[in-house]
Design a protein. Structure first.
Length: 275
């Protein structure tokens, strides 16, 4: 079985042999240390090379592809596809270590979501500030020009001012840009990740509850069968005691009749001798 249990104890792993438990725990530990880098990086080939190098420093010779493949197998078992062995019910031995890694991943995702929301809010504030400063500068320039204008030029200036005001309002209206699109895409990805984590958690809880219910039903059936066997044993023992009691009574009756017969014979012999 190529899952988490793998082969025997933890010594140095071979190039392509089975994974020992200690070797698997080292892989989970190293992968957990790089969880923040894996969360933010777009391509993780270099990170898996780092994982392989750290495994080699700790005495385990594994290639980046082997580490990546082993990690995928561990994730599949963690997600509940092979959480326990259906034949003997042995629990997945690395559940707690992987659960800690996923908790760290959720924390990193939450941090990125907060940072992205804060960054988008700051960008909006900067855009509004620039728009307000620009509009205030333009209106101050127009007021300075109005003082030098004659009465004939003021109607034309008022029309021009109105056009500028309309243009400023249109500039201040929100426009779609690449930054906001990237931010919204990241937020949507983070929300989907959180929803997936919640679904996995719910599926795992449902599976544990179902297994607990099955175990409870099995124990109840076993208890009932043992009680039935105990009742049958008591009934058999009672019947045996009754038979023994009846046999004892029959033997006592036979002994009494035998004693009475012997007494009668002895009396007859005594009487004959006396005659």
């Amino acid at each position: 079985m190529s899952g988490a249990g793998g082969g025997g104890g933890g010594g140095g792993g071979g190039g392509g042999g089975q994974w020992g438990q200690e070797e698997t725990r080292e892989l989970i530990l190293i992968r957990g240390e790089l969880e923040r880098d894996f969360t933010t990086a777009k391509r993780n080939k270099t990170l898996w090379e780092i994982v392989s190098a750290r495994m080699r420093d700790r005495g385990y010779s594994r290639t980046p592809d082997q580490c990546k493949c082993k990690w995928k197998n561990l994730l599949n078992r963690y997600k509940g596809k092979e959480t326990s062995d259906p034949e003997n019910g042995r629990q997945f031995p690395f559940f707690e270590e992987l659960h800690a890694v996923f908790a760290e991943r959720a924390k990193n995702m939450r941090r990125l979501l907060l940072e992205s929301e804060a960054g988008s809010a700051q960008a909006k504030k900067r855009m509004n500030k620039i728009s307000v400063e620009r509009s205030s500068d333009e209106f101050s320039e127009e007021e300075d020009e109005d003082e030098d204008e004659s009465e004939e030029e003021r109607p034309a200036r008022s029309i021009s001012r109105k056009r500028k005001a309309d243009r400023i309002v249109s500039d201040k209206s929100p426009r779609p840009n690449s930054g906001s699109t990237t931010t919204s895409g990241l937020q949507e990805m983070l929300r989907e990740f959180f929803h997936q984590q919640q679904r996995m958690e719910m599926q795992w809880r449902e599976m544990m509850e179902r297994r607990a219910l099955e175990r409870q039903l099995f124990e109840q059936e076993w208890r009932q069968s043992m009680e039935k066997l105990e009742r049958e044993r008591l009934m058999l023992e009672q019947a045996w005691r009754e038979r023994e009691e009846q046999r004892r009574l029959r033997e006592e009756n036979r002994a009494e009749r035998r004693d009475a017969l012997l007494t009668t014979l002895l009396n007859k012999l005594i009487n004959n001798n006396n005659l």
